[in-house]
Design a protein. Structure first.
Lengths: 360, 350
């Protein structure tokens, strides 16, 4: 231990001095690059933007015996039902009058939230690929117009739909907030880099904007009951699980601050990697995976393309991983497990988890 | 302690009056020492706690404990791949600077790496299971096409190609091609890990098969580069002088281009577009060795490029321990200021 620490220090020092000598400039290799993590930092604080003080009750419902129907009216946001509502969201406040009916959703989770309370969005940023809408909500949102990719949605297509509400992801669409606001009242909420709980809070905010608080409260209560039920079906005392996304060149593991891990935790599973909200995911080498030695792994990938994980599982090192030895590596669809992140999606994922881990 | 060993043989400033031959010898020896130390560190530094001695014994004495397997199956390919990629990129840079007579030319500056990466990504989108030789071939085609476009844009052949103009055309096209790569990735997948690899480049996920894919290209590329050394030396005297001495300038440029795209393309296919190595290494070599003789510069650049990337990869492990950061991040941190310095030295002309 001390020896490898020493080696590490020597290596850092040597690299740094080599760098300085060779490039004859003052920046050190490891030092300065570490100061530029390539991620947005806004998501860490987004949960604070929860608009409803009472919304915290959603978190408690996991331990309570499933409430069969919705929250009492007193628990809902006091603005609910009023004609003009001021929606607090991650990038400020947006005033909404009346009940919006032409809504554009710039993330799949928002489309799911809308579908969950029977609202059809007029536009969805579906990456130009309608098959990315999970089948469970496809019918409920049918007839929408694609507004392009989630990463850079087409402002022109959004404007053409003449929406009266735009729901955007505060990590992805931070920079186009002012443009979106010129088209229609816009709320920016956590979707991508957020946990299940933050996504449910976002759904409550969406409901407030739509003046459908009670419907959403009922739906979220139903969601809590469904997840509780799946949680109860899972075997007890399973070892910690790990979720990662595999590609042809690398494996990205998600820690407990990520969405999917938070769903697994909600189901009562133990999760292998502790939360790091500023960086909910990271690339991991085979060696690190072997060192962590997870006993249950969910590997998401697109289509049936082989991932580098498949090669690891066959080589002499990767085959030593407990999950590989026990046949507890589960291939899952990255569209549902990694992209979807909505209310319905969490229930579909939970059902798959129970099926894969052998529910009672 | 080890640091002093590394700093000790640092040459160049120490004895400016040394003859070229002994200078070169000192550089070769220091590079080899650094390479050996780096190789040992590369094998012994990782998330699994394995001592220096255990790592070396795993490689040279065998064994089948989990530690032995980790060293042989994961760390050894990673160390070897950094060395091969470092050599390929650096020699690509030497030849690029030689045939264009441009000190700020390099495969990554003139869009060859970016072009190779773009075509590889496009090929993987169309054929997700593609790998090995077909992928290298795709990278070579991409590198060649984009490299040619850059040369045409910069007005190559019209006799009015200024160094800065060539670099500008290259950087612009590279930026365009890189954003196309990004578009391919965004349209076809939303996982960040492919961006990590195909936009920045790294040897982090090296496999033994990658080493075997790249090795023949390194060997053939080195032989071909050495065969071009005397032509490059003539070209170094200036185009008119070279022609006067009977050099076939066009032939040298075409063959040089072939060697560049072969070596760079193969490296990009397995390690992504790792930047700045092809630019930086030849300059360090020429400066330290105080020579313009390509018979010296080419092998020395290969050696030094191997050493540099090996150490850059060791550095990359500490950026976000225990997770992976692309090796290309470290080379960019070293190389970007270097590029600016070189570009500032250029006379802006006609």
């Amino acid at each position: 231990m001390t020896r490898s620490d020493l080696l590490r220090r020597i290596a850092v020092g040597a690299v740094a001095s080599l760098t300085v000598v060779l490039a004859s400039c003052g920046s050190s290799g490891s030092g300065s690059s570490s100061s530029t993590p390539p991620s947005t930092t806004s998501s860490g604080g987004t949960s604070a933007a929860s608009p409803t003080p009472s919304a915290a009750s959603g978190g408690e419902s996991s331990s309570a015996p499933a409430p069969s129907t919705g929250q009492a009216a007193a628990d809902l946001d006091p603005q609910c039902g009023k004609d003009t509502r001021t929606i607090k969201h991650d990038l400020g406040e947006t005033k909404i009058t009346g009940t919006p009916s032409k809504i554009v959703a710039l993330e799949f989770s928002f489309a799911d939230d809308l579908a969950s309370i029977g609202v059809k969005p007029v536009g969805i940023a579906d990456d130009g690929d309608s098959s990315r809408i999970i089948p469970e909500i496809a019918d409920k949102v049918s007839g929408y117009t694609s507004v392009g990719t989630r990463q850079s949605p087409s402002l022109q297509n959004i404007a053409a739909l003449q929406p009266d509400l735009i729901i955007a992801d505060s990590s992805r669409h931070k920079d186009i907030y002012s443009q979106l606001s010129q088209i229609a009242p816009t709320v920016e909420l956590p979707a991508n880099k957020a946990t299940l709980e933050m996504n449910l809070d976002a759904a409550r905010t969406v409901a407030l904007a739509l003046n459908k608080c009670q419907e959403m409260a009922d739906r979220i209560a139903e969601n809590a009951a469904t997840l509780d039920q799946y949680a109860a079906e899972l075997p007890k005392d399973l070892p910690p699980v790990l979720f990662g996304v595999g590609s042809d060149k690398s494996v990205t593991v998600h820690n407990a601050a990520g969405y999917l891990p938070s769903v697994l935790i909600r189901l009562g599973l133990k999760y292998l990697l502790p939360a790091d909200p500023s960086n909910p995911q990271a690339e991991e080498s085979e060696e690190t995976l072997v060192t962590q030695n997870p006993a249950i792994i969910f590997v998401a990938s697109t289509d049936k393309a082989p991932t580098i994980f498949d090669q690891w599982a066959k080589d002499p090192v990767g085959s030593q991983i407990q999950a590989v030895k026990d046949g507890k590596v589960f291939r899952v669809d990255s569209n549902l497990w990694s992209r979807a992140k909505g209310i319905t999606a969490s229930e579909v994922v939970a059902a798959e988890v129970v099926k894969l881990l052998g529910g009672s | 302690m080890a640091t002093s060993v590394i700093d000790g043989p640092e040459v160049g400033s120490a004895a400016p009056r040394r003859t070229s031959g002994s200078r070169v010898l000192v550089i070769v020896i220091s590079c080899i020492v650094l390479l050996i130390i780096g190789f040992g560190l590369s094998l012994s530094i990782g998330t699994a706690a394995i001592s220096f001695g255990a790592a070396l014994s795993a490689v040279f004495l065998g064994g089948s404990t989990p530690a032995d397997l980790i060293v042989r199956a994961i760390r050894l390919p990673r160390a070897l791949l950094s060395m091969l990629v470092g050599a390929n990129m650096s020699v690509g840079g030497v030849i690029m600077q030689g045939i264009t007579a441009n000190p700020i030319a390099a495969p990554e500056i003139l869009g060859v790496s970016a072009g190779a990466a773009m075509v590889v990504v496009a090929a993987l989108v169309a054929f997700p299971t593609m790998g090995g030789l077909p992928l290298v071939a795709a990278a070579i085609v991409g590198g060649a096409v984009i490299g040619l476009i850059v040369l045409l844009l910069a007005g190559a052949g019209t006799g009015r190609t200024s160094n800065v103009r060539l670099a500008l055309a290259g950087v612009t096209i590279a930026a365009l091609v890189t954003s196309l790569t990004q578009a391919f990735i965004i349209f076809n997948d939303n996982t960040a890990d492919n961006v990590f690899f195909w936009l920045v480049g790294g040897v982090n996920f090296a496999k033994a098969t990658d080493v075997w894919t790249l090795l023949p290209w390194t060997v053939i590329g080195m032989v071909a580069a050495m065969a071009l050394a005397s032509s490059l030396n003539l070209l170094g005297l200036g185009e008119d002088m070279a022609r006067g001495l009977g050099a076939k300038v066009e032939r040298t440029r075409v063959l040089g281009g072939v060697v560049i795209v072969g070596m760079t393309g193969a490296a990009v296919a397995v390690a992504g577009p790792i930047t700045f190595l092809g630019l930086v290494t030849p300059h360090i070599v020429r400066k330290l060795a105080a020579t313009t003789n390509h018979f010296v510069i080419i092998p020395l650049s290969a050696l030094m490029g191997s050493t540099l990337l090996l150490w850059a990869d060791i550095g990359s492990r500490f950026v976000r321990w225990p997770f992976e950061s692309p090796t290309g991040v470290v080379t960019a941190v070293i190389g970007a200021p270097f590029f600016i310095m070189l570009a500032r030295r250029q006379k802006v002309s006609g």
